[in-house]
Ligand binder design. Structure first.
Ligand code: FMN
Length: 261
């Protein structure tokens, strides 16, 4: 019987490994369009959830049909013309990689621990009988372990929170991961972002339920056992509803007499 070449097992493993990696790589590439479509669908579902209008069992695209997507220039607060950038194909995450479409934040500005700030944010307008009655705004910021992503739905007064939906994060399940808990998220409904003088007043703190009656509308109870995640949520709200976030947009809409002014 011919003697086996001493390197034969090595070559066999090599060919096998190459074959397997080719299989995994082609599966990953082949499934990417499906993964992207699912991600988009999940985003829409969370936007609908934040707005409190999601209905299980009805196709998400059908429910999202009437939602108007716009781009907002965060610095000026003005809408970006759809002809300049198509809001439906604009990728806010990808914009962060482009120096023309984003900027770095100084350490004083960067209270939410962001890697950078895009120039344009995608927002979602909900209408009832041709009148805009809700807007959903994407927000994000650093928690204890991860960047936490959420959508915040505001009433057309641009201060009252209709809902919030945290949809992506890497916080610990049962601790910081409770930001996903619908019961905790329900505690945000009806809270107000801005005080009578127009200043951002909302705070997310442990013991937020025990604050004075006057502060109740501006206070969300934090998560017990997750002070650091809670602090991250408070920071991201202060950032996104402050001067580098949506404040210029909100001021502009209010100046125009509201969405339907
Ligand atoms: C394994 C492990 C995971 C943790 N995950 C979180 C977390 O996701 N968010 C958080 O705020 N704290 C987390 N903590 C707890 C923090 O280290 C810290 O103790 C906590 O934020 C204090 O909150 P408390 O003052 O409400 O107890 C974790 C701790 C351990 C040991």
């Amino acid at each position: 019987m011919a003697e086996e070449h001493p390197l034969r097992p090595f070559y066999t493993v090599l060919v096998l490994a190459f074959g397997c990696s080719l299989l995994v790589a082609s599966a990953a590439i082949g499934l990417r369009p499906q993964q992207d479509a699912n991600r988009l669908l999940d985003q829409k579902r969370n936007i609908l959830r934040a707005a409190g209008v999601y209905e299980a069992g009805i196709p998400v695209d059908e429910q999202f049909g009437a939602v108007q997507t716009r781009l907002v220039d965060l610095q000026s607060g003005a809408y970006v013309a759809d002809e300049k950038i198509d809001p439906n194909s604009y990728d806010q995450q990808a914009a962060l990689l482009s120096p023309e479409l984003s900027r770095e934040l100084s350490s004083e500005e960067n209270i939410a621990g962001l890697r950078g700030l895009e120039n344009y944010a995608k927002i979602y307008l909900f209408s009832d009988q041709d009148r805009i009655d809700k807007v959903v705004l994407p927000v994000r910021g650093k928690g204890l372990w991860s960047t936490m992503y959420a959508y915040v739905a505001l009433d057309s007064d641009l201060s009252t929170i209709e809902g919030i939906s945290f949809y992506e994060h890497g916080e610990t399940p049962g601790l910081g991961g409770e930001i996903e808990n619908p019961r905790w998220q329900a505690g945000w409904q009806g809270k107000k972002l801005f005080g009578p003088d127009g200043e951002m007043e909302l705070s997310v703190v442990k013991g937020g339920a025990q604050v004075s009656e006057e502060q109740q509308p501006y206070s969300v109870d934090g998560l017990s056992g997750a002070t650091l995640t809670t602090q991250g949520v408070d920071n991201l709200m202060r950032f996104w509803f402050g001067e580098h976030g949506y404040e210029p947009f909100i001021a502009r809409i209010k100046q125009e007499g509201g969405f339907n002014g």
